[in-house]
Design a protein around this ligand. Structure first.
Ligand SMILES: [Zn+2]
Length: 550
């Protein structure tokens, strides 16, 4: 009896061991978690957001200090250089300052008129030629300016816009028509995002692209366009690239756009007709003339990059990202403070990824896949550092398992929920749900699906080349205060701190426990992936699914 029992026991134990090692590998749920530390997290934020770092604008002394700090911190942790022997990837950029004519002349058989720069329209260029002009150019209205084969939609069908200016609407037919069966209904697809409009107009060979502004469809007012564009702006240095961009890019108010449309009979009704399937764009009965002088200063910024080499599958990569940059020194506030410290945006996310790196290094069992920590530049200038990485990847795109991004962490205490952008994109969301379930937490429904947040931070540069990417943000269901309180905290941040000089670390009011918990979630997802052999996929209906060659 004794003997038989122990024999069974041995078999049982053997079975358990086999089961564990085959499915779960050497995965240990708790490994590394205890190394997360609120004080260490806040210490990074305090340093990065200090006045000494001058708001971390690319090309400034603030960049030099930030890159030095990140590199030194990675070295001290024992994280390997992520780009050959270097801890950085050079990102060639250019700062372009356009000076536009005060007006745009519009000549039409129905009479001529002028539109005013900045009040009726805002234009700029990514070209570095010293003068860019529109000289009596024809204008074509091209609906939403969308070519989407999967929705059987082509606003450019039958139109030849080469060398002409196109006028297109923001967002997509799903939002604009209110028809939930079109595109993704209210949720913005990438076809609705303004960056897409310029990309498609360029693919069509247009000379200029003007987007008709509409507050609901854009999810922000024309004042945001006026404050963001038509002035000094950093871009990637595309000299030597064969990729064409429209020399003139810009936004036009709906009122001014209607003036252009009404040069043909019943012209402004096209803004509604464009919602219909099979809509045909049309040449307007007018010509436009304006120009801008261009000052271009070329320079180099840096993405900081570190790596922990995987023990079993070193050539498969999980990439964590956070943007290190912010706005630097700018317009002084009422108190005379001109440093945009960017403590939450995004010293906090940068610090979170440093904490994740430390946790991975502290693990008893080395991750089986390689873990990359990428701190990107120029996010505030238009996702530049991550876009550059996407186009010039240090690690092969098809060997990159996932991108996990963090842009601003919660600083008002623990929440039951976390937010993600663009729900339904990839299986990484299922990994997140699994981690949240264990803690009795959940994914908050997206507050503004029409705003296209999935296309607004660095993870998007990975999605664009087909790498499944997830970005997480703070929730609002505060413990124990509830959703109203959390909602209020987010509104306060948006109104009083977001992109303002006041975004500073405050030891009295900041509570980083929640942000730390969210960071641990992102760590756990990466860790799980690091011990798996699976490749998380894009979900059906994602506009990035077709790009993935894995
Ligand atoms: Zn920002």
């Amino acid at each position: 009896m004794q003997k038989i029992l122990s024999f069974h026991l041995v078999v049982l134990i053997a079975l358990i061991f086999t089961a564990c090692s085959s499915s779960e590998s050497s995965f240990d749920e708790q490994d590394g978690v205890n190394s997360f530390n609120k004080d260490s997290l806040s210490q990074h934020i305090i340093t990065l957001a200090s006045d000494d770092f001058q708001g971390r604008r690319p090309f400034t002394v603030g960049e030099t200090k930030t890159v030095e700090y990140l590199t030194q911190t990675l070295k001290n942790m024992g994280v390997e250089p992520g780009n050959g022997n270097e801890y950085f990837q050079k990102v060639p950029m250019v700062e372009i300052t356009p000076t536009s004519d005060p007006t745009m002349k519009v000549t039409s058989a129905k009479g001529s008129f002028t539109l005013n720069n900045m009040s009726d329209y805002v234009i700029w260029t990514e070209n570095t030629d010293s003068v860019i002009s529109l000289n009596n150019e024809e204008v074509i209205f091209a609906g939403f300016g969308v070519v989407a084969p999967e929705y059987n939609w082509n606003d450019y069908a039958g139109l030849d816009v080469k060398g002409k200016v196109v006028l297109v609407m923001v967002n997509d037919p799903g939002f604009s028509s209110g028809d939930t069966t079109m595109f993704k209904g209210k949720e913005m697809t990438y076809y609705g995002r303004w960056t897409y409009k310029f990309e498609e107009a360029a693919r069509q060979g247009a000379k200029g692209c003007l987007i008709v502004h509409n507050e609901a469809a854009a999810s922000y007012g024309f004042n945001v366009v006026q404050n963001s564009w038509g002035r000094s702006q950093q871009h990637l240095d595309t000299r030597g690239s064969k990729e064409y961009r429209c020399p003139v890019e810009g936004w036009i108010t709906e009122t001014a756009a209607k003036k252009l449309l009404n040069t043909i009979p019943d012209g402004e009704s096209l803004l509604v007709k464009a919602n219909e399937k099979g809509f045909k764009g049309t040449l307007l009965n007018l010509k436009v003339t304006t120009s801008m002088k261009v000052k271009a200063v070329f320079n180099e910024s840096k993405n900081v990059i570190g790596k922990i080499t995987g023990s079993k599958r070193p050539n498969e990569y999980i990439i964590y990202t956070a943007h290190w940059d912010h706005f630097g020194i700018g317009k002084p506030d009422a108190k005379g403070d001109s440093i945009y410290n960017g403590a939450l945006d995004n010293a906090s996310g940068t610090a979170a990824i440093l904490e994740a790196a430390r946790a991975f290094k502290s693990m008893k069992t080395q991750p089986e896949r390689s873990i990359v920590f990428l701190f990107v530049t120029g996010e505030e200038q238009g996702l530049l550092g991550s876009a550059y990485y996407g186009q010039n990847p240090v690690y092969p795109v098809n060997e990159t398992v996932a991108n996990l991004n963090i842009d601003v962490i919660n600083n008002f205490g623990p929440t039951k929920d976390v937010s993600i952008a663009g729900e339904g994109q990839s299986e990484l969301e299922d990994y997140l749900k699994k981690e949240l379930d264990k803690k009795g937490r959940y994914i908050a429904p997206e507050a503004h699906p029409e705003a296209g947040h999935y296309f607004r931070s660095d993870h998007f540069s990975f999605a664009k080349v087909g790498i499944p990417a997830l970005t997480i943000g703070g929730g609002i269901d505060a413990i124990p205060q509830g959703k109203k309180y959390g909602q209020k905290q987010q509104e306060l941040y948006n109104d009083n701190f977001y992109h303002q000089t006041t975004d500073q670390y405050d030891a009295l009011t900041w509570k980083l426990e929640g942000g730390l918990e969210d960071t641990i979630l992102l760590f756990q997802i990466g860790k799980r992936l690091a011990f798996e052999t699976t490749w998380p996929a894009w979900k059906d209906g994602s506009e990035f699914k077709a790009l993935r060659k894995k």
